[in-house]
Design a protein around this ligand. Structure first.
Ligand code: ATP
Ligand code: MG
Length: 432
């Protein structure tokens, strides 16, 4: 039962060696005197060849009773075979069925029959057996790993903040209420307030990669109700500094995926275009002018519509920042410019298709922050635990949040965000 090699670790040069492979029955082809059993593991395919005359009856009987997607372990000798996957075949000495798969299967795994997304998500355990889906999640792993490495190297400390909270981050809307003993609580929509607390807390540079919950009823291809956010916060630096961290990080992730994930990119048929540094910067004013010149009229102070994002994205054509936003449409914690308080030191980082990240230098002055909370129509009483940290020595600080799924879907040219999360939560989907 113990595997000695993944299918791709075996090479033709291991001719006559003995191996044990494990995996799922991908295909069985019976050609009379000879039968082929193709076994699939995480890494690829291996062909097991049975010359019926030379085989023990027991092995033949086992293969006869096999259904597709059953789990098997095959011990045998390697034989060079140019036409087989990876240039070898396994001549079995013994085959053990570890788990029998019922039929019919909920979906096809060979890539011959297309299943729609809903069917695939319902049978996600089977969908991830497909090389294409597997490739997406292997790249997701590379992305997350290299973000952790990048930020750790840059002095960021990984933190974990609560997902069950008493107060909204940015107001009462778009929250999932839950029952917390005899009280009402909420699923957190962002780690914003907590990562800022840790600036007062002296950790200096922090990051978190964790779920965020948004109760918006949107049913789009770029929104989830539970998403995974990459968040950073850093003291004694301004919005320009964290923008530089962000663009360097994105560029680095693309480079790493292109190198380490080459095999998966090939499976997906994706040729990565590495976004060039530095990303373009355009102001909010310029952004709405571009939208207006192309038929999407916006008033100064409007948030960018989806249509406007598309128009501007097409116009710019690569990753870019929108800077200097109207203070009134950014959250209370974004720092207004001292000499022009109707504008704030906030930015969005955009892919031509959609927003990937929002960030800002934050307000670190207690009085100003309290005023800003009130100006946004919120009650400072609900923010006491947060405001308190600003009364006892809060350094100036800045940060951003970057959507893991949006980073992945734009990188891989994937249309629907549900493709890049194992078990998406949306308006209709709560299971699996
Ligand atoms: P949008 O306007 O595109 O809905 P947002 O401005 O509400 O996004 P932020 O609160 O700025 O989102 O969150 C920071 C980042 O987190 C976003 O840029 C995005 O990448 C990601 N994100 C936010 N909400 C969602 C969601 N519902 N589904 C997937 N990713 C999200
Ligand atoms: Mg945003």
């Amino acid at each position: 039962m113990k595997r000695t090699h993944y299918s791709t670790q075996i090479t033709p040069g291991m001719d006559k060696g003995t191996v044990t492979i494990t995996g799922w029955v991908h295909e069985i082809r019976d050609l009379g005197g000879i039968a082929f059993l193709v076994v699939r593991d995480r890494e690829g395919l291996a062909q097991v060849t049975l010359f019926k005359k030379a085989m023990e009856q027991e092995v033949l009987d086992t293969v006869k009773g096999l259904s597709r997607e059953s789990v098997v372990s095959v011990t045998g000798t390697i034989q060079k075979m140019a036409q087989a996957p990876n240039g070898y075949e396994v001549i079995p000495k013994g085959i053990t069925v570890l788990s029998h798969a019922a039929s019919p299967l909920p979906m096809d795994t060979t890539g011959k029959v297309d299943a729609d997304l809903d069917t695939r998500l319902d049978a996600r355990f089977m969908d991830t057996r497909r090389p294409r889906t597997q490739a997406i999640f292997r790249i997701r792993h590379i992305v997350l790993r290299c973000i952790r490495e990048f930020l750790s190297k840059d002095g960021f400390v990984e933190i974990t903040t609560p997902k069950v909270v008493a107060t909204a981050t940015e107001g009462g809307t778009a929250l999932f209420p839950i029952t917390y003993f005899e009280r009402e609580a909420f699923l957190n929509q962002s780690p914003q307030l907590f990562k800022q607390l840790m600036m007062s807390g002296g950790l200096d540079r922090v990051y978190e990669i964790a779920p965020i919950f948004r109760a918006e009823e949107h049913d789009t291809r770029r929104h989830l109700n539970e998403a995974s956010s990459i968040d950073i916060e850093a003291s004694f630096i301004d919005q320009k500094d964290v923008m530089a961290i962000l663009e360097n990080l994105v560029n680095h992730v693309y480079n790493e995926v292109a190198e380490i994930g080459a095999k998966y990119l090939e499976t997906l048929g994706v040729e990565l275009e590495i976004p060039e540094l530095p990303f373009k910067r355009i102001t909010y004013d310029k952004a709405i002018n571009i939208a207006g010149a192309n038929g999407e009229d916006l008033e100064w102070g409007d948030d960018l519509s989806t249509e406007a994002e598309h128009i501007i994205g097409k116009n710019v054509g690569e990753h870019y920042f929108i800077v200097d936003w109207p203070t009134k449409i950014k959250p209370f914690y974004a720092m207004p410019y001292e000499d022009k308080p109707e504008l704030c030191k906030a930015f969005d980082m955009m892919h031509p298709r959609m927003e990937l990240s929002s960030g800002a230098q934050r307000v670190h002055n207690y009085d100003l922050l309290k005023t800003r909370i009130e100006e946004q129509g919120l009650n400072p009483d609900g923010f006491e635990f947060y405001l308190n940290a600003f009364r006892y020595g809060m350094p100036p600080h800045s940060g951003w949040g970057l959507g893991t799924e949006r980073l992945l879907m734009t990188m891989l040219g994937i249309e629907n965000i549900r493709e890049v999360v194992l078990f998406p939560r949306d308006r209709r989907r709560l299971s699996p």
